[in-house]
Every structure is written in structure tokens, then in C-alpha cells.
Design a protein around this ligand. Structure first.
Ligand SMILES: *Cc1c(COP(=O)(O)O)cnc(C)c1O
Length: 391
């Protein structure tokens, strides 16, 4: 008999009842150290006082009105995002995959309005992940996500990861945009080298096409800059955001330049929930914390500390791990043992990590975890590794 919850997930037998900072408390009372943060969502950990305050204050006043009316919290969050990024304008969604939908529509509409309606194709990359909507699965293109779901949204060209010549050769008169994650998340924490991102920007400029960045996982302070592309010193035309921006409240956004967004006039796109007062009140509190340069400096310091300890862990357990990869607090341990065995051994030691493709385990801790949390995380990882190598 089918379970009452549609069985599309492989869930671990863990049930958390409370969260505090980087810690999750299981129904049986065990305290788990959370290096997953709900897949890079709980950017400020669990029950952060500023987020709880923003949410409860807003909840006592007004939750939802729809986009038929002015929403000052939405205006405030858009202003903050514009002030701290390349973007001139923002559309709010409720998830990453909805941000993907709009990014694709926006790029196509841009060329349609410019009198180049044949420019509909979007170049994407092997190993990418852009969500589970029809545009998202067609964009990523892997059989795992697309098989059995009938005709896919056309207009995506899939290329190998990290092959500049293949991109240069693929651009033609039908190309509208290049869509890429600056650091692949689900694909196994694969950072795109800065020079490659610069190269893609140059190709876009040369051909007059748009660069769309998917910063759903790597954005909002995760890599130690507010947005990951800042490391490469280049700017996109359109950017997808979600996950960390809501700190646990379902919130996403598409950021764009005035030029790229020029086709999106009144009536061309919409969302019932997108940018509602509750979500945006929380988003503002997240931005007020994460966009602070002192906060980002701390993310970088902690990332350095964690990474150094992880290098030591890999060196002392070459039978379990191959390498550390990633950027900031978006780190991956490429495993030699099966990655799920390492994740499970983590659970046995009350430690949460997240598996990814390419036999990687992801460490995506709350950005404000403490130095003590980092030390404890490494002790638990060490125990988990010892358990895997003894098995
Ligand atoms: C999680 C993720 C998405 C999809 O976000 P949802 O909120 O699950 O729809 C898209 N792109 C990237 C890079 C992601 O990590």
C-alpha cells in the first residue's frame, strides 16, 4: 500500500524535533551537529533570534496579501539585494526551480522583444542541477531526472563541464544564454575555476548572449562572498537565488540587470505567494546579517579553519577520502569508500552531512557555526571515518 506521503524520497530514520544554532535534537534526545543545514538553507542555523523575531513580528501583523497590492517588505528586500549585487531588479519566487523557470523565460523574452525570436536555446552543463520543474529537469538533462516524464521542454544544449572550447563551438544564431552554477552543488561540489567563469562572460559579451548564474546553493554568503561569482570578478545578466535567502522560509528570487529584464513587463510573469510579507520579512533579516562584511569575513575565517582540519582528516584516512574540494563553507569530501557509508557513519556519530553525485559528501554548515562546532564536527568526522575503515 502506498504510504500517505508520496514515497519520492529516501529518508534517513531520523526525526528532529528542535534546532539550536548548528545543532539538531532528535526525538530520542540525541544532539546532532548539523553540517547539512537543510541542504544549504539554514544559512544562520536553527532558531536564529533575529529570524525568529522577524518572523513572529510579521506573523502577528500580516502573512499574505498577494501581489495585487504593494508589499513594503518585498520592496525592502529587493532594495537590499539590488544594493548588494550587480542587479537592478528582483522577482521573488518560493523555490530554486521557480527561479529557474523565470530565468529561462526572461532570457527568451529578451531576445523575442529584440526581434530575434529564434534565440531560444540555453547552454547548460553536465552534472548541473536546476530543480525539478519541467524547465529545471530539461536544463540539467540527466536521465535520472528526465526519464519517463514525456516530452521535455526543448531548447537546452548540454555540454561537458569545464570545456571552454565546447562552449565556444556550441554558440550559434539560436543561442540565447549560458546557464551555469559557479559551484556545482548536487553535482558533487565542483567549483568552476574563476578563469572559466571569466571566459564564459567574455563569450557572452562577444556573441551578445546572456549569462545566467544559478546561485541557489552557492549564493547568500555560502562561499564567503555574498554571491559566488564575485570571486571571479565578473557579473551575470540574470541570477537565480533561493535556499539560504530565506534561512528556512521557502523563498527564492531572480535578480537581473535592467537590460536583461526589459521584456518582463506587467502581466508577463507572476506568483501568488512569491515575495509575500512573511517570507520577505525573514529574507530582510537574513540579508541584514549575511551582507555585512564582518559576517562574511568570519565565514572566510571559519572556512579556512574547517578546510585545514579536513585536509588533515583526508591525509589521515586515505582509505576513506580522496580530497577536499569546494569554496568557503560549501565543501565536499570526495570519498574512496561509498559516500552513503560515510554519511551513515556520520549519523551513528550524531553528525549530519549530505551526499552528492561523484561519490562526494557535502559539508554545508550554518554560516555562523562556532569554532567549537568546527572542532567537534572534525572529531565526529574522524570517528565516522574510523568506523568506515574498520567495517
Ligand atoms: C536546490 C537547487 C535548485 C532547486 O531549488 P528548489 O528550491 O529545490 O526548487 C536549483 N539549483 C541549484 C543549484 C540547487 O542547489
Amino acid at each position: 500500500m502506498i504510504p500517505s506521503v508520496l514515497p519520492t524520497y529516501n529518508r534517513a530514520p531520523l526525526q528532529f524535533v528542535k534546532g539550536e544554532g548548528a545543532w539538531l535534537i532528535e526525538a530520542d534526545g540525541r544532539r546532532f551537529l548539523d553540517l547539512g543545514a537543510g541542504i544549504a538553507v539554514n544559512a544562520l542555523g536553527h532558531a536564529h533570534p533575529a529570524l525568529v523575531e522577524a518572523l513572529t513580528n510579521q506573523a502577528q501583523n500580516l502573512w499574505h496579501v498577494s501581489n495585487l497590492y504593494q508589499i513594503p517588505q518585498q520592496q525592502a528586500l529587493a532594495d537590499k539585494l539590488v544594493a548588494h549585487s550587480f542587479a537592478d531588479t528582483v522577482f521573488f519566487t518560493n523555490s530554486g526551480t521557480e527561479s529557474c523557470e523565470l530565468a529561462v523565460k526572461m532570457a527568451r523574452k529578451y531576445f523575442y522583444d529584440k526581434g530575434q525570436p529564434e534565440r531560444v536555446e540555453i547552454i547548460t552543463f553536465e552534472g548541473s542541477f536546476h530543480g525539478r520543474s519541467s524547465a529545471g529537469i530539461a536544463a540539467a538533462g540527466s536521465e535520472k531526472m528526465t526519464k519517463g516524464f514525456g516530452p521535455l521542454l526543448p531548447g537546452f544544449v548540454h555540454l561537458p563541464w569545464n570545456d571552454h572550447d565546447a562552449v565556444a563551438a556550441a554558440i550559434d544564431e539560436k543561442t540565447a544564454a549560458i546557464l551555469i552554477e559557479p559551484v556545482q552543488g548536487e553535482g558533487g561540489i565542483r567549483p568552476l575555476p574563476d578563469a572559466c567563469l571569466k571566459g564564459l562572460r567574455d563569450l557572452c559579451d562577444e556573441h551578445g548572449i546572456l549569462l545566467i548564474l544559478d546561485e541557489v546553493q552557492c549564493g547568500v554568503g555560502r562561499t564567503g562572498k555574498l554571491f559566488a561569482h564575485e570571486w571571479a570578478g565578473v557579473e551575470p545578466d540574470i541570477m537565480m537565488v533561493a535556499k539560504g535567502i530565506g534561512g528556512g522560509f521557502p523563498l527564492g528570487a531572480v535578480l537581473a540587470t535592467e537590460e536583461a529584464a526589459s521584456g518582463m513587463t506587467a502581466g508577463t510573469h507572476g506568483s501568488t505567494y512569491g515575495g509575500n510579507p512573511l517570507g520577505c520579512a525573514v529574507g530582510c533579516a537574513v540579508m541584514d546579517t549575511v551582507a555585512d562584511p564582518d559576517f562574511l569575513a568570519e565565514v572566510n575565517r571559519k572556512a579556512g579553519l574547517l578546510r585545514q582540519k579536513l585536509e588533515g582528516l583526508v591525509a589521515s584516512h586515505p582509505e576513506v577520502f580522496e580530497e577536499v574540494r569546494g569554496s568557503g563553507l560549501m565543501l565536499g569530501l570526495k570519498c574512496k569508500a561509498a559516500n552513503m557509508d560515510v554519511v551513515s557513519a556520520g549519523y551513528d556519530n550524531a553528525l549530519i552531512t549530505v551526499p552528492a553525485a561523484d561519490n562526494v559528501i557535502r559539508l554545508l554548515p550554518p554560516l555562523n557555526l562556532t569554532d567549537d562546532d568546527i572542532a567537534e564536527a572534525c572529531l565526529r568526522l574522524e570517528k565516522a571515518a574510523a568506523q568506515v575503515s574498520a567495517a
